[in-house]
Design a protein around this ligand. Structure first.
Ligand SMILES: C[S@@+](CC[C@H](N)C(=O)[O-])C[C@H]1O[C@@H](n2cnc3c(N)ncnc32)[C@H](O)[C@@H]1O
Length: 241
């Protein structure tokens, strides 16, 4: 993207999915200005259709930048490969906090021991952040396929279920927080943010995924606006998200 230098924070970033290289785009975000990073980076599995997935170079390059842009006392949450899990803890500026398992009953995750039935999100912290919501059961099954019940098939090689991202957001972030996903793919993090009244910043290098993500958020932003409007018109309608 040739106009990266012209992008200004926050107006050009908040609630936008920007087409471009996350390593360059993130440089325009000031220090200590993001409330959480929730992401699903290329993590070295050489997955077909995922750029920069041949190794962990991009992940390692963005890690210190994520630390820089995060506010003190906040969380960095990332999906990661089981294969390279030990590498996640090398040269990592964050402190390990916990891990979350996404159970996938259909067992689609290829491994040396056959298809396993889980994916891993690892929670790190900068400083000593507080958890927003304790005691909630976050071990929610996926619906069987990576098909969103309210959206249908998501045409991306590795979409993550947004109900799972929403549970992460509920636990580690608050309403109106700014959530950065530098590798947003089909836009699942953004849709989850819209539905839970968080602000999002998304970067995506692949034009077709960027278009997919933008179509998804436009659909949900419109729907969300309409629901808000309906609620204002009819306060008894409730505010179920
Ligand atoms: C594992 S996928 C994320 C999938 C996403 N969680 C979803 O639900 O659709 C990683 C994404 O990072 C993108 N990507 C790879 N290198 C990038 C870079 N340097 N800057 C921005 N995006 C990049 C890929 O195109 C891919 O869509």
């Amino acid at each position: 993207m040739s106009s990266i230098q012209k992008l200004k924070f926050p107006e050009d970033f908040i609630n936008k999915i920007i087409l471009g290289d996350a390593l360059k785009l993130i440089k325009s975000i000031p220090d200590n200005s993001v409330d959480a990073v929730v992401t699903d980076p290329p993590y070295g599995l050489n997955k077909s259709g995922i750029k920069n997935d041949a190794d962990l170079t991009v992940f390692y390059n963005i890690l210190p930048e994520c630390y820089r842009v995060l506010k003190d006392n906040s969380f960095f949450i990332t999906f990661f490969s089981t294969k390279y899990l030990p590498k996640l803890f090398e040269n990592n500026p964050f402190k390990y906090f916990w891990q979350i398992i996404l159970y996938t009953p259909e067992g689609r995750v290829r491994s040396p021991i056959g298809f396993t039935k889980y994916m891993l999100a690892v929670v790190f912290k900068k400083g000593n952040p507080k958890i927003s919501l304790l005691g909630k059961d976050i071990f929610i099954d996926t619906p069987g396929k990576m098909v969103e019940p309210d959206e249908g098939f998501i045409d991306h090689p590795t979409p993550k279920p947004k109900h799972f991202i929403k549970e992460i957001l509920r636990m580690f972030t608050r309403e109106n927080d700014i959530i950065l996903d530098p590798f947003i793919g089909s836009g699942s993090t953004a849709v989850a943010c819209i539905q839970l009244n968080r602000k999002f910043i998304g970067f995506e290098i692949d034009r077709s995924y960027w278009e997919l993500a933008r179509n998804r958020i436009n659909k949900f932003a419109n729907k969300f606006q309409k629901e808000l409007f309906d609620r204002e018109e009819n306060p008894n309608k409730g505010n179920k998200k």
